[in-house]
Design a protein around this ligand. Structure first.
Ligand code: TRP
Ligand code: SF4
Length: 403
């Protein structure tokens, strides 16, 4: 297990700056972030180094997209007072931790991560047999562990990366969490909790270790959680001592699976830049209208009088996201009886997408006209993030013996 509940609540996630955000991002990742920012301590960052692993020969797209991406987040409603927004390359601790973790990461662990081969296969035109690309998931581990984040909202394809992070954290704790006098230090720390709490801790630890009772573990963790008199180092020791290992320096994170975005593209395939079927978050109203008007429909509806089947039509998938019951019955009825034409059918979708995008576009214009505000949000976020990451690196260096 090797978790440390005190950090469990922190959320960290990143996005690679490789182009404009679109409705797929909004309905997948961003809506999820908007909820999390009110319930958890959140760190969201622009993963520019990760973008560099594939765009090393096309860095313009990265530099162009970094600020744009933050503007998109803000315009979509990510709040700088609720979440810390920052840029990966402005927090060099990520790189230092990546390097240190690389020393204990077996090559095989990285070679076995499915995205390694998949992406090389998919991006055939690029040489991705690089050191940096192999290390992609380990850099991601460093991102997560630098904040001791307990929760990592990611899509299905990234779960393996969080899994790797757990293994690397476990190995780190196993190798560096063992102090020669660990047991003595743990016992001393217990006594600092006061008689009653020390007794409770010992009893529950015993019950967990002898009988594997998970409830006993939880009670003991909660007890530790509430202790005010003991240092953070002692707490880490006692979290580790509970499960019989060494000190827990890097807690294992969990993946918070983001439901796959149901947002289809204009052609009915998944919305994605590489399919050229997107509506961007800042798409002009006229272009939104034009793109939806020219969407393909059920091919059976050649003439206005030919009936169709919504199940065979990408426009219907938009209705499923944007339209009320009433509108949807109107579509079903009208389509299958040729009672309505496709242009008519598309109008409510055009209106709904426009209603969704208009406030985002307006906020984006405001932010773009006020570059200084955006820059100061980023600057503050980077400083906040760096403070946390610095503390972690202090712990890490000390555990390794580099301080
Ligand atoms: N690899 C992630 C993606 O492509 C982006 C990312 C980088 C990330 N570092 C992260 C996501 C840390 C979560 C946590 O989507
Ligand atoms: Fe698609 Fe609507 Fe045309 Fe039917 S009427 S084919 S659902 S656009």
């Amino acid at each position: 297990m090797n978790t440390n509940p005190s950090q469990n609540n922190r959320v960290l996630s990143g996005m690679r700056p490789t182009g404009k955000l679109h409705l797929g991002h909004l309905h997948g990742v961003l809506h999820n972030w908007l909820e999390l920012q009110h319930t958890h301590e959140c760190f969201f960052f622009v993963a520019d180094w990760h973008a560099l692993t594939t765009e090393y020969d096309n860095t313009q797209i990265i530099s162009k997209s970094v600020t744009e991406m933050v503007v998109d987040w803000l315009s979509a409603g990510v709040s700088p007072s609720a979440a810390t927004l920052f840029i990966q390359s402005h927090v060099p601790e990520h790189a230092e931790l990546h390097l240190l973790l690389s020393m204990i990461t077996p090559l095989g662990w990285l070679e076995r991560v499915p995205t390694y081969k998949d992406q090389q296969e998919k991006l055939k035109g690029k040489d991705l047999a690089t050191y940096g690309f192999l290390g992609y998931p380990l850099l991601q581990s460093a991102d997560i562990l630098a904040y001791k984040a307990g929760n990592v909202p990611v899509g299905e394809d990234q779960v393996a990366h969080v899994e790797l992070t757990r293994e690397v954290a476990r190995r780190f704790n196993y190798i560096y969490g063992k102090e020669s006098d660990f047991e003595e230090k743990a016992k001393l720390a217990i006594s600092k909790m006061g008689k009653k709490n020390a007794k409770l801790y010992r009893e529950h630890r015993k019950r967990f270790q002898e009988k594997g009772d998970p409830e006993a573990l939880e009670v003991a963790q909660a007890l530790l959680e509430s202790q005010q008199n003991i240092s953070i180092g002692d707490k880490e020791r006692l979290f580790g001592y509970l499960e019989g290992e060494g000190k827990i320096i890097l807690p294992e994170p969990q993946a918070l699976l983001t439901k796959a975005s149901k947002m289809p593209g204009l052609d009915g395939q998944k919305m994605s830049k590489s399919y050229n079927n997107t509506i961007s978050l800042r798409e002009e109203a006229e272009l939104v209208e034009k793109k939806i008007r020219t969407m393909p429909t059920d091919p059976a509806r050649v003439k206005r009088t030919d009936p169709g089947n919504p199940e065979k039509c990408p426009v219907w998938q938009f209705h499923e996201i944007y339209s009320s019951e009433d509108t949807r019955s109107w579509v079903k009825e009208g389509c299958t009886t040729a009672g309505i034409g496709c242009i008519e059918c598309k109008q409510p979708v055009i209106d709904a997408v426009e209603l969704e995008l208009q406030p985002i576009r307006e906020r984006a214009i405001e932010y773009l006209e006020d570059e200084a505000t955006v820059q100061s949000i980023i600057k503050e976020g980077c400083e906040e993030a760096r403070d946390v990451a610095r503390d972690t690196l202090d712990d890490v260096r000390e555990a390794i013996g580099l301080s």
